[in-house]
Design a protein. Structure first.
Length: 201
């Protein structure tokens, strides 16, 4: 991770705390993730999260064989997963709380960069971060560098009316339409981001 150090460091602890608070209080968020452990290794994932405990994701591409196309839906303590056209498999796991920021409340050494971004270190994760926020202070983009862990996130949209449901007997795959909607149809869970009325936009 490279950035220019300004002549005068401007503390950003308050802005970082606000970014975390706004992110974790969002009712829903979509995340585009690129994750690598080093040169030649890359996994690209798109995920939808709905508070307080629902997630659906799909691995778009991966350099590891047999990983691309993996999909999962997590609702509470139930997890459905499949790769390609294989049957959905149900398992149990500990309940999650989402959205959850990729850094902890212990983050420190937070400073503004000349371009308005923030940089900081998280001793709990043992990683360095660069964060961009919008005018309200909510995260829009994040880069993390740790030991064999290089991650890039793009956040948004937030607050979309995404509906996550368990797999049904009818279904197949993520599909996108010209309207702003996502849906798992068939034996997949339905994930729908419904268009809002014009007056609500």
């Amino acid at each position: 991770m490279h950035f220019d150090v300004p002549a005068t460091l401007r503390p950003a602890a308050a802005a970082l705390a606000r970014a975390r608070r706004l992110y974790e209080s969002a009712p829903a968020v979509t995340i585009a993730e690129r994750l690598s452990s080093g040169p030649g290794n890359l996994v690209v994932t798109r995920a939808h999260e709905r508070a307080p405990d629902r997630i659906a994701y799909r691995i778009i591409s991966s350099t590891a064989p047999g990983v691309a196309g993996t999909r999962a839906i997590v609702i509470g303590t139930r997890r459905w997963q499949r790769t390609g056209s294989t049957p959905w498999r149900l398992s149990r796991q500990a309940a999650l709380h989402v959205p959850r920021a990729a850094w902890s409340g212990s983050a420190r050494n937070a400073f503004f960069l000349p371009d308005g971004g923030l940089t900081f270190y998280d001793p709990d994760v043992r990683a360095w971060y660069r964060l961009r926020v919008d005018r309200s202070g909510r995260p829009t983009e994040l880069a993390m560098t740790g030991a064999a862990h290089f991650m890039h996130h793009v956040y948004g949209p937030f607050d979309a009316p995404i509906v996550l449901r368990p797999p049904t007997a009818a279904a197949s795959d993520f599909t996108s339409a010209t309207s702003p909607s996502w849906c798992c149809s068939g034996s997949a869970a339905r994930i729908t981001e419904r268009s809002r009325p014009a007056a609500a936009k």
